[in-house]
Design a protein around this ligand. Structure first.
Ligand code: AMP
Length: 286
């Protein structure tokens, strides 16, 4: 595995891959890798000739008071995981290669897609995500790029950027990888104390209970929201940020749950903010 730290070198390598006619797959991450990330890597390895993984803790997607400074970082650990997966290139850009100036030019993101869910709780977050992903695409020039359904809003925002900027990359979305008790894998799970860790399983529990009720005919958003809220509120360290039931991809609230409805939650477990979601009868349904 080649480890590249400069954007210019990465661009040269990407051009070489392009010239050879190989298909380039790309997995952007913030590191501290887990099986969720590795599922994206494996999908890319299966479908593409060359796989590039980036590790960059992107400062512009963290708000003031969020966990940028304490976000877990362990490059040696990440390298070992990626070597084992036979990744071709690990790109660990320097901050100045991504943001050469202190004054950053941001990509505009469609407000209709970001005024809800995590965008409402984390103002500016998706502007940072869209900008860094566009910059990474420009450097890596992937044919396909792999994202996790766990970050449902991120997927929609990125697809929208790709469409509106006519970027020549195919966005592939992979299912959420979970721990045995259903907790969605996340680099942030490391923050959880033992007690919080067991209470964090309530996020998945609430979603699967909701899904069961919906499949048995309860289509009322209001009722399903109430049931999810009750399950989460039962845990003393869980504080709800949002419970939303909305049309997937357009993010319009729905009263009656139908095909391709997104049930999305965010909650603080202790001080750690976790998210999860499920799509009802959608093509990404797990
Ligand atoms: P992050 O390092 O958290 O920015 O995540 C990098 C990529 O991995 C994003 O596309 C995430 O959606 C994806 N990802 C994170 N956690 C999971 C998971 N549990 N299952 C599948 N994909 C995930």
């Amino acid at each position: 595995m080649e480890v590249v730290t400069r954007a210019s070198e990465m661009k040269t390598l990407s051009c070489r891959v392009k010239e050879s006619g190989d298909v380039l797959g790309f997995v952007p991450t913030m590191g501290y890798l887990h099986e969720g990330h590795l599922s994206l890597v494996r999908a890319s390895r299966k479908e593409c000739d060359i796989t590039v993984v980036s590790v960059f803790v992107n400062p512009t997607q963290f708000g003031r008071g969020e966990d940028f400074d304490k976000y877990p970082r362990d490059v040696e650990r990440d390298k070992a995981f990626l070597e084992k997966e036979n990744v071709d290139i690990l790109f660990i850009p320097e901050k100045t290669d991504i943001y050469p100036e202190d004054d950053i030019e941001y990509i505009e993101v469609d407000e209709k897609l970001t005024k809800t869910l995590c965008g409402a709780s984390r103002p500016g977050h998706f502007k940072g995500v869209a900008t860094v992903v566009a910059k990474l695409f420009d450097i890596v020039r992937p044919d396909k790029s792999y994202f996790g359904q766990k970050d449902a809003q991120q997927v929609v925002v990125i697809k929208n950027v790709v469409k509106n900027l006519s970027l020549p990359v195919e966005i592939k979305v992979m299912p959420t990888v979970r721990e045995d008790d259903g907790l969605a894998m996340s680099s942030r799970n490391i923050y959880l104390s033992e007690d919080e860790r067991s209470q964090a399983a309530s996020l998945y529990k609430s979603l699967s209970t909701a899904k069961g009720l919906i499949s048995r005919g309860n289509k009322s958003s209001e009722e399903i929201k109430r049931i999810i809220t009750k399950i989460l509120e039962n845990e003393k360290n869980v504080k709800i940020d949002y419970v939303e039931i909305i049309e997937n991809e357009r993010f319009i609230p729905v009263d009656k749950i139908k095909d391709n409805t997104l049930v999305a939650i965010a909650a603080f477990v202790g001080n750690t903010r976790l998210i999860d979601n499920t799509i009802i009868n959608g093509k990404n349904e797990e």
